[in-house]
Design a protein around this ligand. Structure first.
Ligand SMILES: Cc1cc2nc3c(=O)[nH]c(=O)nc-3n(C[C@H](O)[C@H](O)[C@H](O)COP(=O)(O)OP(=O)(O)OC[C@H]3O[C@@H](n4cnc5c(N)ncnc54)[C@H](O)[C@@H]3O)c2cc1C
Length: 283
């Protein structure tokens, strides 16, 4: 069954880049930076992955031409990870060639645990070649993050920390929210201590407050890290954070392949389901 796009409008900024531009401008005007995500994942055909690289290259160029305060986020399964790892890496490099030329930045999102090692491997090769133009994501719920964070902070990588959005088994990931929060707090401390500019990606008040208090007590300047949240969630909180001198960036997804992303947002929080039901009833 194909769901209508209006249901996803709260979480997805538009179906096209043109539709999305005013929303990016509006956030930028409020002092909030953006990371733009073209929705899609698990591409099976090289022609689709090639098209995605082309669209992302155009995006980087258009962001630059329009002077938007936005970088991009990519998913490796959209660039051919399921087809061939070397091919996928070359696609990432094609994006990074342009990102470097434009002095921009590409964040590699983290997907399900089948992809973690391969994503880190490609990131490390990219980081060696392109340095500060590329970053990665670590998920606090994964047991392996304890080792990954050591390795990647030793490299001084640019890391976004999030809880983790995919359903993972007990053997691989923490299941209890209290444990995930504890891990998130510990990893935030590691990132703040060992990296130049950590990206703290959460809507969780307890974690946002933890980072604010920890940095305040340890004399870590507000300009040394950034809070990140998703489009459509807690924008007022983000506006208040910027008013109080914190860096804030919103992850803005757009595109026609919105369903898997939309489904993850619904699975994550019952309030999101209520919101969609309310939208449906209003129609
Ligand atoms: C910028 C960004 C990038 C991300 N990138 C990735 C990625 O690459 N890979 C990946 O696996 N996951 C990614 N995620 C998703 C992430 O892993 C979590 O699934 C998602 O953020 C939900 O966890 P949470 O900590 O935000 O809050 P939750 O665990 O959903 O909620 C915890 C508490 O926070 C409060 N809260 C949450 N949402 C709201 C709201 N809308 N309004 C008011 N209070 C609220 C409530 O008190 C709630 O009980 C990303 C998230 C963000 C913000």
């Amino acid at each position: 069954m194909k769901l209508p796009f209006f249901l996803a409008r709260r979480f997805v900024a538009g179906k096209t880049f043109d539709e999305t531009i005013p929303k990016i401008k509006d956030l930028n005007d409020k002092g909030i930076k953006v990371t733009l995500d073209l929705l899609g994942e698990n591409v099976k055909k090289k022609t689709t992955a090639d098209d995605t690289v082309e669209i992302y290259r155009q995006l980087l160029q258009e962001i630059h031409n329009a002077g938007l305060k936005s970088t991009i986020s990519i998913k490796l399964t959209m660039l051919g990870m399921d087809i061939d790892e070397e091919y996928c890496k070359n696609n990432v490099f094609k994006l990074l060639d342009l990102a470097k030329e434009l002095n921009s930045f590409v964040r590699i999102d983290m997907e399900g645990s089948d992809y973690t090692q391969r994503t880190i491997d490609i990131f490390k090769d990219a980081f060696e070649k392109y340095g500060k133009h590329v970053g990665i994501v670590l998920q606090a719920y994964l047991h392996r993050t304890k080792e990954d964070i050591e390795e990647l902070t030793d490299l001084e990588a640019d890391i976004r920390l999030c809880k983790g959005a995919y359903k993972e088994p007990k053997l691989i990931a923490l299941q209890d929210m209290a444990d995930i929060r504890e891990a998130f707090k510990n990893y935030s401390k590691v990132l703040l201590e060992k990296t130049d500019f950590p990206r703290i990606a959460t809507h969780d008040e307890e974690l946002v407050d933890f980072v604010k208090n920890y940095t305040d007590k340890n004399n870590i300047n507000k300009d040394r890290f950034e809070f990140q949240m998703l489009y459509g969630l807690r924008q007022e909180t983000m506006e208040n954070l910027t008013k109080n001198g914190f860096n804030a960036r919103i992850y803005v997804p757009f595109g026609t392949m919105w369903f898997p992303y939309f489904k993850r947002r619904l699975m994550e929080r019952k309030e999101n389901i209520f919101f969609v039901l309310k939208t449906l009833l209003k129609k």
